[in-house]
Design a protein around this ligand. Structure first.
Ligand code: AMP
Length: 284
């Protein structure tokens, strides 16, 4: 049976309440649609962990800057539905912007500090938009478990902190990044790449892997690791580096020495596409 698509908050609440009445736990996968195998992996993880799986498909206007790709962001609801059928979702919530943000909405959610690095400075207001919509969706769906991708490492870190700080009764699960065979992280934005840019893009993951290899073979000086990562990413044909950082994996703070779990994270423009990727660095 095709996954039902509901558009109102009231309908979703009623469907979730009905599932709960028959004893099902609720798993939730928030997305902006244009779904791919990375999203499918999240839906499958939700399917494995919960009795009733809700996927939201909402291109959230408040997390896009004025010069960003909100209007151009791909909207592919029919294909999204087919992917949800296949991966085992029970319900798609695809609200309008008016349903999510009725006139007069004034309240937002901001997680301090963690939004001051990586994508934060380049995308002012982005994480406020993400946190606000994710908390609203949590209140609408009231899931037991919510699934996020490691590809958006800073987002997952911020959502976890929001949930902890605001005592939101949901367990956040972060699932591994799904990649193309050549290493490029799947992203709805990969479709913006020209063939040449697509051919160059796996260099991002190779640069992250090289950083991990340096860390595994004894490199401890974070400034040197960052410089090498930056140089490797900058050497990708056509790339313009936004950032290439090695940070404390939990606090997202700068490090001098690689003496604790760290994350290597990059953002790079290839043409109009801004691609992000990251890798956790093991020690020793
Ligand atoms: P999006 O709709 O692309 O903004 O992302 C919705 C969710 O899917 C987020 O939790 C993302 O981190 C996750 N996601 C996106 N791409 C991937 C990927 N390649 N592998 C795993 N999860 C992903």
């Amino acid at each position: 049976m095709p996954t039902p698509v509901l558009t109102t908050i009231a309908e979703v609440r009623a469907a979730v309440a009905a599932a709960r009445r028959v004893g099902r736990t609720v798993g939730f996968v928030p997305t902006m649609g244009a779904l791919h195998a990375g999203h499918a992996a999240l839906v499958r993880a939700a399917r494995a962990g919960a009795g009733f799986v809700v996927v939201s498909v909402f291109v959230n206007p408040t997390q896009f800057g004025p010069a960003e790709d909100f209007a151009a962001y791909p909207r592919t609801l029919e294909a999204d539905r087919a992917l949800c059928d296949e991966a085992g979702a029970d319900l798609i919530f695809a609200p309008t912007a008016a349903e999510m943000y009725p006139a007069g909405s004034l309240t937002t959610v901001e997680v301090a500090e963690l939004d001051g690095v990586l994508c934060g400075p380049a995308r002012p207001g982005h994480f406020r938009g993400v946190c606000t919509v994710v908390l609203k969706l949590f209140h609408i769906v009231s899931p037991d478990l919510a699934f996020f991708g490691a590809k958006d490492y800073q987002q997952a870190t911020i959502v976890r902190r929001m949930v902890r700080d605001l005592n939101v009764p949901v367990a956040v699960r972060v699932e591994p990044t799904v990649r193309e065979p050549d290493g490029l992280a799947l992203s709805s934005r990969n479709r913006y790449l020209t063939p040449d840019q697509r051919a160059a893009a796996p260099g991002i993951y190779r640069a992250l892997q090289a950083t991990r290899t340096r860390a595994r073979t004894g490199a401890r000086d974070v400034a040197a690791l960052e410089a090498a990562l930056h140089a490797d990413v900058a050497a990708i044909p056509g790339a313009r580096v936004d950032y290439a950082r090695v940070l404390d994996a939990d606090a997202l703070r700068p490090l001098t020495l690689l003496d604790r779990p760290a994350v290597a994270a990059v953002a790079v423009f290839l043409g109009t596409a801004r691609l992000i990727d990251n890798l956790l660095l093991g020690m020793g």
